[in-house]
Design a protein around this ligand. Structure first.
Ligand SMILES: [Ca+2]
Ligand SMILES: [Ca+2]
Length: 320
């Protein structure tokens, strides 16, 4: 009895449903059946500042996005969304592959169907820092028992060591520099190998005149290289405020060893107003806190001296 009643109720309900469907189908005021919740994608940010191998936060904006929606990055990997709303999806992604235009594919869910694949981001190649060349020429090889430099093709040089710099990569072709935007070389110059941006020196009697010398106490006292760093950063030289004293290794990287004493042992076209003498570095001398390392552009050698001695200074900042 109870079962029969259930069937009966069901039958009435079914009939009612069919009746409603019939009425709806024949209605002259049919409304659209397209849902108002169609997900759409309108933009992706950032569009152009991603780099191969570096994680970047990417945000897709749109409307009616499912809360399960995710996106993928062509040739890259993406973490789960940190923000997921009907209008915004934010994920951390690491671009891979080669530089170029990469498609952002928005899906209904991880492994779901595609909502949109029309957005792209531009991915730049990662900057790979290299060591610049030393400049040592094919006439600057050593042979046994002498400090006199000889031809690298001589029997004596080959006998001593057949892998000398002047044999393997002679000359300065492995050095490369460029201007920084429209700034003059007396303001700044970039080493294309290391990516470092170097201060250019002036000869105008001003703050950055080539002839100015400084102590190297590092305590911001007047006349110290540390005070000079602060002063240069206050001028936003070449648009930057992160200038610093270079390490001894960094400073030696711009020495051109093809140039003999008295130098200056540097490419004077790219580094005008360089003095063939000692420039301070930020590297402390481990043997005594009263001393620090510097590079002498008369010979190109690295040496240390007392911090109260006054030498020249050329600042540097990280490139890229
Ligand atoms: Ca070389
Ligand atoms: Ca001067």
């Amino acid at each position: 009895m109870k079962k029969k009643l259930q069937y009966f109720v069901h039958g009435v309900a079914l009939a009612a449903t069919l009746l409603l469907a019939a009425c709806g189908g024949s209605s002259s005021t049919t409304t659209t059946t397209t849902p108002t919740t169609t997900p759409t994608v309108s933009a992706v940010t950032p569009a152009t500042s991603a780099t191969i191998g570096t994680a970047v936060s990417i945000t897709v904006t749109g409307a009616n996005l499912p809360l399960t929606a995710v996106f993928t990055l062509q040739d890259g990997t993406c973490n789960s969304p940190t923000i997921n709303s009907a209008t915004t999806i934010t994920q951390s992604c690491t671009p891979g592959g080669s530089a170029g235009t990469k498609t952002i594919t928005v899906l209904t869910a991880s492994g779901g169907t595609v909502i949109d694949a029309s957005q792209t981001i531009t991915v730049a190649a990662a900057f790979v820092a290299n060591l610049p060349d030393t400049g040592i020429t094919d006439q600057q090889c050593y042979q046994a028992g002498s400090n006199t430099l000889v031809s690298c093709s001589s029997a004596g040089a080959i006998a001593l060591n057949d892998q000398q710099d002047g044999m393997i990569t002679p000359g300065t072709s492995g050095m490369s520099y460029s201007a920084v935007g429209a700034y003059p070389l007396t303001s700044c110059v970039q080493d294309n190998k290391t990516g470092l941006i170097w201060e250019g020196k002036t000869d105008d009697g001003g703050l950055r005149d080539k002839d100015n010398t400084y102590t190297n106490y590092g305590d911001s006292r007047t006349g110290d290289a540390s005070a000079y760093v602060t002063a240069v950063n206050a001028t936003s030289l070449c648009g930057y405020t992160d200038w610093r004293l270079p390490t001894a290794d960094e400073l030696q990287m711009i020495v051109d060893y093809s140039i003999a004493y008295p130098g200056p042992t540097i490419n004077s076209t790219w580094f005008p107003n360089t003095v063939g003498n000692a420039y301070w570095s930020a590297s402390p001398y481990a043997g005594a806190s009263s001393s620090a390392w510097g590079v002498n552009f008369g010979y190109g050698n690295v040496g240390f001296d007392y911090r109260n001695d006054s030498y020249y200074v050329r600042l540097v900042r990280a490139g890229q």
